[in-house]
Design a protein around this ligand. Structure first.
Ligand code: PEP
Ligand code: MN
Length: 338
C-alpha cells in the first residue's frame, strides 16, 4: 500500500500515520520530495487502506494490483542510486561496469584478471565461488576459498566484489567478503533466500529468471524490499525463447520497461544474454543505449581455460575494445564511464 501525505501535512500527522501502521505490524518506508510518500508492507499480508482511515493529513491511499509497492515508481518517482562503497554508485549518471570470470579458478588467474579489468575501467569484480550448474557433474565452484580470493584481488586494485549466494546458509560468509550479493537467474524465485537477503545488510544483484516475466522479477525484488533491503540492482541476463541461435534471448525491452515501472537501477549481462563472445560487445552497446545503469560481462585472461562459460567470456583485449566503445555510447546518452 502507498500512502501519499498532503503537502501541508504536519510532522505530527505523519508520525500519527506511521505509528498506526507500525502498531499494526507493518513496515513503513518514507520517500518523496515535495510530499511525503509512505511505502507500507506487511509480512505475509497486504496492508489495507482501512488501517489509516480517518487519520488527518493524508492525500491519497492506493494499493497496486501486482503486489509491488516499495519497488514501484509510485513509491519513488526519483531513480534510486545504490551506493556500494569506495565512491561507486549504480543508478546515477556514471555507468558502472562489472567484469570478471564466470567462476573463480585460482589466485594467479584471478589477480591477473582483477589487475586488467581495473586498469581498463571496471569498478566491480565479479566471479562465482558457489556455482549453480545445470548438471551435477559440472564444476560446482571453489567455495569459501573463492570468496577470499575475490576480496583480496579486488582490494589490491580498488575494486568492489559481487558473487553469488545459492542458499541462506551462505549469506553470512559471503557478506563478510562481498560488497554485493548476487541471486542467480535460477534462484530468482527462491523465496527463503530472498527473505534472508532482505534481512542482510548487503546490496543485492537480482538476476531475472530465464522464464520470468518482468512482473515476476519485480515481485521477487519486492520480497527483498518488504523484508527490509531496498538496495537492489535488477539484472536482465536473457530469457528462454524458441530461438536456439543464441544461448538466451537478451530482452532489451526490459530496460525501458523496468525504467518505467521501478525506481531501481537496471544492470544488463550480455555474456549470459547471448552466450557467445562475439555478440557480447554489440549487445553491451545496445544495453547502454537503451538506458542500462550498469553492464556486467565475463572476462578472463585466458577464456579457453575458464572452468565455466569460456565461450561467452571476453579476453582482456576484447574487454578493452568493449570499454572504448561503451565510453562513446555512454557520452551519446549523457552518461559518464571511467
Ligand atoms: C553468473 O552470473 O555467473 C550466472 C550463473 O548467471 P545466471 O544466474 O544469470 O545464469
Ligand atoms: Mn557464467
Amino acid at each position: 500500500m502507498i500512502v501519499i501525505m498532503d503537502t501541508k501535512a504536519s510532522d505530527a500527522q505523519v508520525a500519527d500515520v506511521v505509528h498506526r501502521l507500525t502498531e499494526a505490524g507493518c513496515l513503513v518506508r518514507r520517500s518523496g520530495m515535495e510530499r511525503i510518500i509512505l511505502g507500507v508492507s506487511g509480512a505475509g499480508f497486504e496492508p489495507a487502506p482501512a488501517l489509516v482511515e480517518g487519520l488527518a493529513g493524508i492525500a491519497d491511499v492506493s494499493t497496486t494490483e501486482d503486489g509491488c509497492h516499495l519497488v514501484s515508481r509510485n513509491f519513488s518517482p526519483k531513480n534510486s542510486e545504490i551506493e556500494l562503497g569506495q565512491g561507486v554508485t549504480i543508478g546515477g549518471r556514471e555507468l558502472v561496469v562489472i567484469a570478471g570470470p564466470c567462476s573463480v579458478k585460482d589466485q594467479d588467474t584471478l589477480y591477473r584478471i582483477a589487475e586488467a579489468v581495473a586498469r581498463i575501467g571496471a569498478r566491480i569484480l565479479r566471479g562465482g565461488a558457489y556455482k549453480p550448474r545445470t548438471s551435477p557433474y559440472s564444476f560446482q565452484g571453489v567455495g569459501e576459498e573463492g570468496l577470499y580470493l575475490l576480496r583480496a584481488a579486488a582490494d589490491a586494485h580498488q575494486l568492489l566484489v559481487v558473487s553469488e549466494v545459492m542458499e541462506p546458509s551462505q549469506i553470512h560468509l559471503a557478506a563478510h567478503y562481498c560488497d554485493i550479493l548476487q541471486v542467480g537467474a535460477r534462484n530468482m524465485q527462491n523465496f527463503p533466500l530472498l527473505r534472508e537477503l532482505g534481512r542482510a545488510r548487503r546490496p543485492v544483484l537480482l538476476k531475472r529468471g530465464p522464464a520470468a516475466t518482468i512482473d515476476e522479477l519485480l515481485a521477487a525484488a519486492e520480497y527483498l524490499a518488504a523484508c527490509g533491503n531496498v538496495d537492489i540492482l535488477l539484472c536482465e541476463r536473457g530469457i528462454r525463447t524458441f530461438e536456439t541461435a543464441t544461448r538466451n534471448t537478451m530482452d532489451l525491452n526490459a530496460v525501458p520497461a523496468l525504467n518505467a515501472r521501478t525506481h531501481l537501477p537496471v544492470v544488463v549481462d550480455p555474456s549470459h544474454g547471448t552466450g557467445w563472445k562475439n555478440y557480447v560487445t554489440p549487445m553491451a552497446r545496445a544495453a547502454v543505449a537503451a538506458g542500462a545503469d550498469a553492464v556486467m560481462v565475463e572476462v578472463d585472461v585466458d577464456p579457453d581455460t575458464a572452468l565455466s562459460d569460456g565461450a561467452q567470456t571476453l579476453d582482456v583485449e576484447q574487454f578493452a575494445r568493449l570499454m572504448d566503445q561503451l565510453r562513446r555510447v555512454a557520452e551519446a546518452v549523457d552518461r559518464t564511464l571511467r
